[in-house]
Write a protein that binds this ligand. Structure first.
Ligand SMILES: [Zn+2]
Length: 414
């Protein structure tokens, strides 16, 4: 038998999954949200929030919805936020999604269509859900559990709070964003409109997995200026900017590249090179969990720029390094309320939460970096994100919602 909570989450997920909300990074510079379909889902959420008799709903022109459920306590506790994004990725088609519910998974491979099959052998997590409800694609699109599972879980908890006054809670802030997959989701975020002192993104994957650490990131722009000369009489005179840039790229340590690292190891990555023999621009991404090591890599690139100049007399190398975002664990350590509440909620529910590292950034890390609001990430129950083999497990989705509800109750007693 499916619990009322699981039923509500499933209904919501199926309703949200069929809305075409694929975002487009090529449009996001001009338009935010980048695609109209994201408004369709945001508007649907607003009407559902109103049905729950939630009155405090703000819709930002950039496609961000902020809703508040007022506290039902007679004492003050910090406002607590939950955040999820309505857009889907475009790695495979993210529109035209036709989710298929498998009510009692039989433990075998799942044929998605004539061409594609979800293999049990490649998805060890499937074994935990034999006899349970899973949701798969028709093999043509992604499923959109990233992050519509998160949206459905937050909405289901909102309904729970609004319909059961015996659940004691402080002020709860629900935040739905757009264009997360383009990386620009927080570019226009109305920080002045939020009140939460700690927040969680519901945008992870496997059951019981949580994330509080992401990379520190820097982008380094390197410019190489050569000396042009008629090629027929260039000896001893011409300095080729492309040669200098190639030398620079080849000198980056291969053992510290994305393709040679995982876990806690950071990297250098030459990302783009454009130019001619006279002027060449190079972009290098630097990533590390440890800020001091990230800065050590910046210093190494500065030294390499000098060495390149020394090797190519009259050539010039200039370098501009910028920190882009920081490991959100710095804020989480400073304000332990978010991680402490998360672990306490997990303990009360008997869930063995385990932490994974995010080898990238999240909207939560932007929230942490820019507002000093700790914002760890919680599992949604989705797997194989951004893929036609994406699937979601309803028991894990329910557990995510139960964890959210428990964090809220922990928050009522702070
Ligand atoms: Zn996501």
């Amino acid at each position: 038998m499916r619990s009322p909570l699981a039923t509500d989450i499933l209904d919501r997920f199926l309703r949200y999954a069929v809305v075409d909300t694929m975002s487009d990074e090529n449009l996001v510079a001009d338009k935010h949200p980048s695609t109209e379909g994201q408004w369709d889902l945001l508007n649907l959420l607003v009407s559902e929030l109103k049905e729950l008799a939630i009155e405090d709903i703000q819709v930002d022109e950039h496609g961000i919805v902020i809703a508040r459920i007022p506290s039902n306590l007679d004492y003050e506790v910090p406002t607590l936020g939950f955040m999820a994004h309505v857009d889907t990725a475009d790695d495979v088609m993210g529109n035209g999604v036709k989710p298929r519910v498998i009510d009692a998974y039989d433990g075998n491979d799942v044929k998605l269509n004539e061409e594609y099959t979800l293999l049990r052998s490649e998805n060890e997590e499937l074994a935990s859900y034999v006899g349970e409800t899973i949701i798969v694609t028709d093999g043509n699109t992604l499923l959109g559990s990233d992050d519509k599972a998160g949206v459905a879980e937050i909405m289901a908890v909102a309904k729970l709070l609004c319909s059961d006054p015996t659940i004691k809670h402080g002020e709860i802030e629900l935040i739905f964003t757009s264009d997360e997959e383009t990386g620009a989701g927080m570019d226009n975020f109305p920080y002045d409109k939020i009140r939460c002192e700690y927040c969680y993104t519901i945008d992870g994957g496997k059951r019981f997995e949580i994330e509080s650490e992401c990379f520190n990131a820097a982008t380094v722009k390197v410019h190489f200026s050569g000396v042009s000369y008629h090629l027929g009489s260039a000896r001893g005179r011409l300095v080729n900017a492309l040669t200098m840039a190639s030398y620079f790229v080849n000198s980056l340590p291969q053992a510290e590249s994305p393709e040679a690292t995982d876990g806690r190891y950071g990297y250098y990555c030459a990302l783009a090179m454009n130019g001619t023999s006279v002027e060449t621009d190079l972009t290098v991404y630097l990533r590390d969990f440890d800020l001091a090591i990230l800065d050590r890599r910046i210093e190494a690139l500065k030294a390499l720029a000098q060495a390149t100049e020394a090797l190519y007399p009259n050539g010039k190398v200039s370098l501009d390094a910028k920190h882009i975002y920081y490991n959100m664990v710095l804020v989480a350590k400073d304000k332990p309320i978010a991680m402490n509440s998360l672990y306490e909620a997990g303990r009360r529910l008997g869930m063995e939460l385990h932490e994974e590292l995010i080898r990238g950034g999240t909207d939560g890390s932007r929230m942490a970096n820019e507002q000093k609001i700790p914002c760890p990430n919680i599992f949604t129950g989705g797997h194989n994100l951004h893929s036609r083999f994406e699937w979601a497990a309803l028991p894990a989705m329910e557990d995510s919602a139960r964890l959210i509800a428990q964090i809220i109750q922990v928050g009522a007693n702070l």
